[in-house]
Structures are given as C-alpha cells and as structure tokens.
Design a protein around this ligand. Sequence first.
Ligand SMILES: [Zn+2]
Length: 270
Amino acid sequence: MNNRILPKIVNEVQAVTEYLSQRFCDGVKTDLAAICQDENISLIYAEYRNHFDGMIVWDTPRFYIHINTEKGNLPDSNRGRFSLGHELGHYFLESHRAGIRSGIIPPHASVNCLVQDDKLELEADYFAANLLMPRERLRRFTGGRKFSLDIIKEISAKFGVSLTAAVIRFAEVGTHEIMVVFSQDNVVKWSYRSENFPKVVNKFKKGGPLPPTSVAGESFLKRNARYTGVEPVDFEDWFIYNDWKPQWQLYEQCCYSDIYNYVISIVWFK
Ligand SMILES: [Zn+2]
C-alpha cells in the first residue's frame, strides 16, 4: 500500500508507530487502549447503526474516538482493533490532527474498506497496519518462512488483525516476495507487490478484468467455482512474456469474501 503514500508520511508513520508499538506492547499485540489512556483520549464503544466503523472528534479540551460495535468493532475483535488503529492514525499524524482540531477536516467518519482511494484514509490505514504489525516484530515472527496461508492465519491470530490486513502487511515487510491482487466482480481494484518481487509486466490493469486463465479469473468465469488451494499456474496466466522470465514455478492461491464478492489472489514464485 505504501507505494500510494507520500514518502514524508511513510517516514512519519514508521517513526511514530515504531515508538508506540514498542512502548505499548502486550506480548505480540500492540495495546491500543493503553495508548488512548496515555494520550487522554476518550474512547467510546457504542452502537451507531451502519454509519461508520470509527470516528474521531475534537471537543475542547480533548479528542474522542467513537467505535461502532454494531459493525463488529468490539475491543478485541480484529475489525475493532484495525478501526481503532486507523483512528489513532488520524490522531497521531500531524496533518490529520491539526486539520481535525481546526475544523479544516470535518468530523471524520471512517469506513473499514479494502478499496480505499481517499488520501487521508489510506494514510490512516497504513498507520494502523504499522501500529498493529510493526516491521521487525512481524519479521521475527515469520522467521524467514515462505508465504503460505497458514502463516497469514498465524499472523492474524497472534497480532489480532484480519487475514486481509495480514496478507497486505506480509507483502510489504514479510520474508517472501508476493503479489496481492484484489478484485471484485472480475474487476481488478488494486494490486500490490513486495519490493523485491521480480520486475515482470502484469497482464492486467487496475479497473480492467482479471486475466481469464488466472485462478481468480477462472473462478469468476465459472460462476460459483471456488479454488482455495495452492495452484501452480503458468507465467503467462498473470504476466506478459518479454524475452525474460524467472525460472521458478509460479503459484496462485485465492481467498474469497462472499459478503462483498471480493477475491484476493496471492501470487508468488518458488
Ligand atoms: Zn479515517
């Protein structure tokens, strides 16, 4: 995700979250309630219908963070932790905080959503991911292992984050290069590659269809098909061949979310 965020903000997020996650560490998990207490933020869990996941409001002399339990944001649920981490991003990032305090940024209703295009929301999501899964702690935990859905499930359980948040973070800082492609109704919403993923050209574009011979593409074309195992695929199922390709086998594994019709493809060489 951080390829869509300004380097200045990336640096700010990394510095602040490194400090906070070390100071407020409860074993592997970051203790978010303790951060709120230390900062004198009023944290309120309540039912706010379907309006938002989290919201931060300045009401002199302090900030209030409202978390919507009606959308599954309980204090210890993965969703609740990510929503609170996101709101803390609005609180700790200087430009967000100043905007909210002065009223330039109106009281801000955040929605937990995988297809984020709003700049402030992307920055707050990136803050949450860094706070909940600090780079070095995550790398120690994965211990140099290659990608597998089991590792993602372990990260999810240990760090208290969703599978989606875990897989995106693994792509960013994990110990194996992967590409994550997020699609909905056969439209690619976004994709992200680990920094050292081979420099090959994608056979798809954001906003366009999935490659039809990819596992995700086939599962869409054959309605109701669900392929959840690790599938060997051809290089040209996902990439355009230009004189060179890695000599390793390419694999793909899909996760499905029926609620929103999301498909997340994870693609890797080994
Ligand atoms: Zn937000």
